[in-house]
Design a protein around this ligand. Structure first.
Ligand SMILES: [Fe+2]
Length: 291
């Protein structure tokens, strides 16, 4: 407890958010311009300087395209600039894993993160997608680095944590939700967030913000939580060094490697209980479950 108090405020500096549903009226994130502006102000106050805007692409439900997203980014950036909100926006998408995804990227319909080789990849929430590992390997064989979104929040992580471990060891990157690490999604999700992080598999922390209050764009508190678990240097890599490298499209081998692959690394056990109140966690998921 004393140690955590001492660490409070220990990590400073800008942060980059690679997963945020801030573009207005384009998915289940910000519903209008006012809400998008409120989210941008909260993010700026938190120390976030850049947001790679990531609306869902989910055929049949959210049919966003790279072109539409670019236009929406440009429009919102103009609104931010006009109001002096110091956030740089870049195009991105929260890409649901569907057949034909590689073709969609190659044809330019599905955006990668700011046009880089890194792709924000969202697995289905409630059931493991059939052939999930093969699909991820297919993306990697095509030259992309999948940044797998919020594995800690998936209903099936409980039974298939080993799938993510294997993918991580083969070069897929894991993006853990900032609020998961700070307990905003309940104790069960916090346990898995701490486990991914403490075992050295978390490469990036991102807000996955959808709303100014219910799913706010806050990253600093998670950076502190990560610092308490694995140290300030690694926490900074998760919110700054690796996200900046992704935006610059630097190859993964030029960026800080996952902690599990560094010499002398000892896994840190999760401090959160493995299961919380099932009812509480269920109600929390009901209030804001969309990925
Ligand atoms: Fe998302």
């Amino acid at each position: 407890m004393k140690l955590q108090f001492w660490r409070q405020g220990a990590v400073k500096g800008p942060m980059l958010d690679l997963h945020c549903h801030i573009l207005p009226a384009i998915d289940d994130g910000a519903v209008n311009l006012d809400m998008a502006l409120e989210m941008a102000r909260i993010a700026a106050d938190d120390g976030i300087t850049t947001i790679a805007c990531s609306p869902h692409i989910y055929p049949g439900m959210y049919d966003n395209t790279a072109r539409g997203i670019r236009l929406a980014v440009k429009a919102l950036q103009a609104e931010l600039d006009q109001r002096g909100i110091a956030i740089k926006l870049l195009p991105n998408a929260d890409v649901h894993l569907v057949p034909g995804l590689v073709d969609g990227i190659r044809e330019g319909n599905v955006p990668t993160i700011a046009g880089s080789r890194y792709l924000l990849l969202e697995p289905s929430h409630h059931v493991a997608p059939p052939g999930f590992e093969d699909s991820v390997f297919e993306l990697m064989a095509a030259g992309y680095v999948p940044l797998i979104t919020h594995p800690e929040r998936l209903a099936w992580v409980e039974d298939q944590y080993d799938v993510f471990e294997r993918l991580s060891r083969r070069g897929a990157w894991m993006q853990v939700t900032a609020g998961a690490l700070t307990g905003r999604f309940g104790r069960r999700v916090k346990y898995w967030a701490e486990r991914f992080t403490g075992e050295g598999h978390t490469m990036v922390l991102a807000t996955d913000a959808h709303h100014p209050q219910r799913r706010p764009p806050l990253l600093a508190e998670a950076r502190e939580a990560a610092a308490a678990l694995v140290g300030a240097g690694e926490a900074t890599h998760m919110v700054l060094t690796r996200p900046a490298g992704i935006l610059d499209d630097r190859p993964p081998e030029q960026l800080p490697p996952p902690l599990f692959a560094t010499q002398g690394f000892t896994p840190v056990p999760s401090q959160a209980p493995r299961s919380g109140s099932a009812l509480k966690d269920f109600l929390r998921r009901l209030r804001g479950s969309r990925a």
